[in-house]
Design a protein around this ligand. Sequence first.
Ligand SMILES: Cc1cc2nc3c(=O)[nH]c(=O)nc-3n(C[C@H](O)[C@H](O)[C@H](O)COP(=O)(O)O)c2cc1C
Length: 252
Amino acid sequence: MSDKKEFDRDSISNTLIVAIGLSLVCSIIVSSAAIVLKPVQARNEDLFRKQIILDVAGLMEPGADVDALFASIDTRTVDLASGTYADGADMEATVAIPDDLDSAGIAQRAASIDVYLVTENGRVNQVILPVYGKGLWSTMLGYLSVAPDGNTIKGLRFYSHAETPGLGDQMDKESWRAQVDGKKIYGDEGEPVIRVIKGLVPQGVTGTEHMLDGLAGATLTGNGITGLVQYWTGSHGFGPYLANFREGNTDE
Ligand SMILES: Cc1cc2nc3c(=O)[nH]c(=O)nc-3n(C[C@H](O)[C@H](O)[C@H](O)COP(=O)(O)O)c2cc1C
């Protein structure tokens, strides 16, 4: 018998070395993949955002070059408090939302936010605003397109939420999205009164220009849409900007 200690593959130290070595190799592979794929992910997110904005603007065409189409859209930063353009503003700064104004249920928002101006024949024909807020199960993120009168809705499109398929996701249906076009945000007092009602918008009654069809069996998601659209078009949201937009006074 030799003096050499026999190699024991099943020893505790060996098992530990293999386990640690394997986890090290795996973590290096996963972190490298995350680093390498980060720019691709950022690029895809950017493309997706542009696609949704083009879609709500009614400019998206199947198979079109998204970047080329988006080149016609002017991105401007709005300081929400003053309602004026503040390009180059600190996009990290946040503002707390007082409880009594927080119909979107989001508690805080950025002080300055990008909006998207769509021009046709040399004139701005709509501005697209990011909007978001709580539904029943999730935060719903979307874009709202408003005509140059600062009051008429041209489109509302949600691109991320986790409401129940078949119930809370009915705002994604083409028919629901189509009826939004032409609705008016503000009532006589200048406050946002646009709202999702229960049931379908009736005919022959006054005020239907402020009503959106309800989501059958999903009133709570519908209430969430009402809350977020009213917040973002209200005095603490883009209200001051939309007033300036209507008057053409968006520059300081
Ligand atoms: C599994 C399940 C999922 C639901 N998902 C939603 C939803 O995504 N949005 C919603 O408003 N209501 C949802 N509801 C229904 C709500 O609990 C509530 O009944 C409904 O919003 C009331 O609307 P109605 O008055 O139009 O029926 C869900 C209910 C169940 C049981």
